[in-house]
Design a protein around this ligand. Structure first.
Ligand code: UDP
Length: 336
């Protein structure tokens, strides 16, 4: 099987690339390094000892996709490429809609022209919006996203759903990620955010590594067990395996399915901080700060559909996430 990974040099794309190569699948990566570094490609080769084809390409450009589909006999696509910073999407909504929707539509058009029928999409639990109760289940109604980034995911899902409904040979799996964190256990690849991280785990790792003075915990008065926000964290290696399971499903079925990739279990910010400190034997100084605008108190997945449909479930724990995150941070204190 030959698989095109758009955005395959990114955090989740690179871990998925490793997983696919280790399964003996042929991989073609397309990435324009808008939020990734060329060095990641070398690291993937070091981990797997395998080679793959790389195109420096912007997937909003139809000519770039035509070139790839003409030169490579692609069986399936995993579409990761997209902007993903929630705060930035609020400040620059048009940039987010232009990039994330253009890439989705251009990719679907190119797939149609070149007869490629199998697609797995990087969606997000953010599509459940603010009105659904946890645990989130795939058949819940979707409507009110809280930011433009979320809307681009919801709109991309809808575009893919309509495209799949119009072509009975298409197969699409929409993967709704919860909070992907951790790093490959080799410490060679991991998340490398530009500047000061927005997300909890990269921030904790930078504080532990002395790159930032203190973590701000955004709110300790939520209606949760310890008052801090609760999320469903998932190890990025488990997530990569979820993509392999989704792809296997896609190539042997027709139609469209949305599937949560989460553990089904929530952890609080305080639990993350204390677990990180304990597992890695390193202090993580913090201050309690006001709540962050737009944050939900708590959400986590119902992970049953992934189990029954894809035969996939998480294997790694919060301890594993903390240990692997710290290994990545200590081996690469300034990223790639
Ligand atoms: N969070 C925090 N301090 C930070 C970053 C995040 O307390 O510097 C909290 C945030 O309020 C939320 C949780 O950590 O409860 C996860 O936030 P993240 O941004 O990683 O993911 P998301 O909000 O997208 O689920």
């Amino acid at each position: 099987m030959k698989v095109l990974l758009t955005g395959g040099a990114g955090f989740i794309g690179s871990h998925t690339c490793v997983e696919f190569l280790e399964r003996g699948w042929e991989v073609v990566v397309a990435d324009n390094f808008s939020n990734s570094k060329p060095e990641v490609l070398n690291r993937i080769k070091i981990i797997t000892g395998k080679s793959f084809t790389f195109y420096e390409a912007d997937v909003t450009q139809r000519s770039a996709l035509d070139k790839i589909f003409t030169e490579q006999k692609i069986d399936a696509v995993v579409h990761f490429a997209g902007y993903k910073a929630v705060g930035e999407s609020v400040a620059k909504p048009l940039m987010y809609y232009r990039n994330n929707l253009d890439s989705t539509i251009t990719l679907l058009e190119a797939m149609e022209t070149h007869g490629v029928k199998n697609l797995v999409f990087s969606s997000s639990a953010t599509v459940y919006g603010e009105n659904n109760p946890s645990p989130y289940k795939e058949d819940m109604p979707l409507s009110t996203c809280t930011n433009p980034y979320g809307w681009t995911k919801l709109m991309s899902e809808q575009i893919m759903r309509d495209a799949a409904n119009a072509d009975s040979n298409m197969s699409v799996v929409l993967l709704r990620y919860f909070n992907p964190i951790g790093a490959h256990p080799s410490g060679l690849i991991g998340e490398d955010p530009e500047g000061i991280p927005n997300n909890l785990f990269p921030y904790v790792a930078k504080v532990a590594g002395g790159k930032l003075p203190k973590l701000g915990i955004f709110g300790d008065d939520y209606p949760t067990e310890d008052g801090t926000g609760v999320r469903d964290y998932i190890h990025v290696v488990d997530l990569a395996k979820g993509h392999a399971a989704a792809l296997e499903y896609a190539v042997s079925h027709k139609g469209i399915e949305a599937v949560n990739l989460g553990s089904g279990k929530g952890h609080s910010v305080m639990e993350v901080v204390t677990t990180f400190s304990r597992v890695n034997n390193i202090p993580v100084p913090y201050d309690i700060k006001p709540r962050r605008a737009g944050d939900l108190p708590s959400y986590y997945a119902n992970a049953e559909k992934a189990k029954t449909l894809l035969n996939w479930e998480v294997e790694l724990t919060l301890e594993d996430m903390c240990r692997d995150m710290w290994k990545w941070q200590t081996q690469n204190p300034d990223g790639y």
